[in-house]
Design a protein around this ligand. Structure first.
Ligand SMILES: Cc1ncc(COP(=O)(O)O)c(C=O)c1O
Length: 357
């Protein structure tokens, strides 16, 4: 079939399959409507951003504001359309040949598999233990191969929600000084944990961040990398010119100008998460796991698939994450508004009550 790469034949197109329900608690999105809160500031910025041009000083402003927010020099930053695009660029930049592979613990963010295969790279997945602890010995083994070109650590991890053991991360980094280590900090604004301070000690680190979660802007598509300038320089060799729309750049500048709005919202999300966790933990027959993100994983044992259907029938979309054995019969729910969380809890309680009868 035409001249497409032959290894694409067995790959499926990238499609995110979720039901569209009244309460969307399945994609770890924010409940804060972005546009309303920044509309005036964005429109004001756009007055000085003519879209008939490629270049605009807004790019300088973006790097300056992001450098202030992330507390790193601007030369330590690369920006793009969501964390996903930054991941994609990292895969393109580290793939040497068809034997090249990345290593990730599993279960983790599904798109590591999707995008490595998109660029013609493999991925080796090393399972977490059933209690989510890090599989250090087998992980180090998988990394210790000449074709391992990229080591991926999702921290906190999606879909489990937990933070990886810091001493394990350190051991992995120190055992692999010549390999690029990607730490995915997409949920940084909720966890408050970053490896940014370690960039001086470990020049092989690259952090990936997103505006989709902690900045309530999933639809905007903005993400960035933090790394030493030598790493950023290599990454920039595979990026297309003018890949980030001036519209996005202006919007991000306005958001960073008003960052307290988002950061305050995150404090509320964390509070709501604790309340949701506490309420779920009191439900008889429910197991719920602590999380450093804006979502929780939970299970009601073998009845979980029926609960998933029941929630759907009641217009509540959560995510089924049970395809991996470590997460057998497990669902993931994104923290919603107090009202959404209430509807979700009532629905789960109703299901559990009916189940008993
Ligand atoms: C761990 C992780 N990395 C990356 C992404 C992609 O984020 P973005 O929307 O910025 O592309 C997600 C999205 O859910 C995620 O959970």
């Amino acid at each position: 079939m035409l001249t497409f790469r032959s290894d694409l034949k067995k790959k499926k197109p990238v499609v995110v399959n979720v039901p569209h329900k009244n309460d969307m608690m399945c994609l770890n999105e924010s409940t804060l409507p972005l546009w309303k809160s920044i509309q005036d500031a964005v429109l004001h910025k756009l007055d000085a951003v003519p879209l008939n041009r490629y270049f605009n000083p807004i790019t300088d402003e973006l790097f300056q504001r992001l450098s202030d927010y992330a507390e790193v020099p601007r030369e330590w930053l690369a920006v793009g359309n969501g964390a996903d695009e930054m991941l994609y660029y990292l895969f393109v930049a580290t793939r040497e040949n068809a034997e090249s592979f990345g290593v990730s613990a599993a279960p983790s963010y599904f798109d590591y598999q999707s995008y490595t295969s998109a660029v013609g790279m493999g991925i080796r997945l090393v399972n977490f233990a059933p209690d989510y602890s890090f599989p250090l010995a087998s992980f180090l083994d998988a990394c210790n191969h000449k074709d391992c070109k990229l080591i991926i650590l999702c921290n906190p991890n999606n879909p489990t929600g937990h933070l990886l053991d810091a001493s394990c991360i350190k051991t992995v980094i120190e055992a692999n000084p010549a390999k690029l280590i990607l730490i995915d900090e997409t949920y940084y604004e909720f966890s408050g944990v970053t490896w940014k301070e370690k960039l001086d000690d470990y020049p092989n680190l690259v952090l990936v961040r997103s505006f989709s979660k902690g900045f309530s802007a999933a639809g905007l598509r903005f993400g960035y990398c933090i790394a030493r300038p030598e790493v950023i320089g290599e990454l920039k060799k595979v990026m297309t010119a003018f890949h980030l729309s001036l519209l996005t750049q202006a919007t991000v500048c306005a958001m960073l100008e008003k960052q307290n709005l988002f950061l305050q919202h995150n404090a509320r999300v964390k509070e709501l998460k604790q309340q949701l966790f506490a309420s779920m933990a009191t439900i008889d027959g429910m197991t719920v796991h602590p999380s450093a993100t804006n979502f929780l994983t939970f299970s009601v044992g073998e009845e979980t698939p029926r609960l998933f259907d029941f929630l759907n029938e009641n217009e509540i979309a959560v995510r089924a994450v049970w395809s991996h054995p470590v997460l057998a019969n497990t669902l993931r729910v994104t923290v919603g508004t107090a009202e959404q969380n209430g509807r979700f809890l009532n629905c789960v309680k109703k299901f559990m009550k009916e189940r008993k009868q």
